[in-house]
Design a protein around this ligand. Sequence first.
Ligand code: 13P
Length: 243
Amino acid sequence: MRPFIAGNWKMNNGPIRGKAFFEEIKEFPREKAQVVIFPPFPTLPQVKELAERKAIALGGQNLYWREKGAFTGEVSAEMLVEAGADFVLVGHSERRNIFGETDELINLKLKAALKWGLKPVLCVGEHLGEREEGRTMEKIKFQLDADLSGIDPHRLIIAYEPIWAIGTGKNATPDQAEEVHAFIKEYLGNIKVLYGGSVKPENAFSLMKQPHIDGVLVGGASLKPDSFYDIIMAGVKAFEEKG
Ligand code: 13P
């Protein structure tokens, strides 16, 4: 087993900065970690070769479910494949909360991604109020049921990203994350579940040391080659110790 370390650049690192990142990042032991970066669309094809040289795969941050046509501003699964993506994020909380994506739309997006051979990383997570009311598992179950309707969960990766932990510097504790990961695996079977939300070099090891945490989805700390490399190596060490 090796850790799955993913970096979601969000609306950062255009082609120029993106290329510099891949030139600068140090080589990690390839057989010991699976690493994916999700750059903005214009950066994707520009960094494909550089990323390959460093054994880093690429993914899209979003897609539209229709194949082509009059959908101004949207990008299809086929276009992502053509641009060099192997993965795609679906249902990130910023897509849900800022852009109003519904579970019905997310379900269609997952189906489109799978049809084109992209591996979706489906993001789920609760708001602070839901956690405080003790409704975390209920919320996660609701999202999984709705988003995965008609889909074999084994075909994708789940990212548990508590909304209160995203970009706040306030990560879920390893125990809090572990509890939700164990629940997701019990509910869906043994699939990969990543943790996301204020992952940093300082907390990456203790999170990935948890038995049900298979890797991390990193936002802010994935923008700089050094901090992202340190997170990769924290995962390598955690998985060596987990055995
Ligand atoms: P931060 O690591 O910046 O909290 O972002 C997490 C995230 O949303 C990754 O998809």
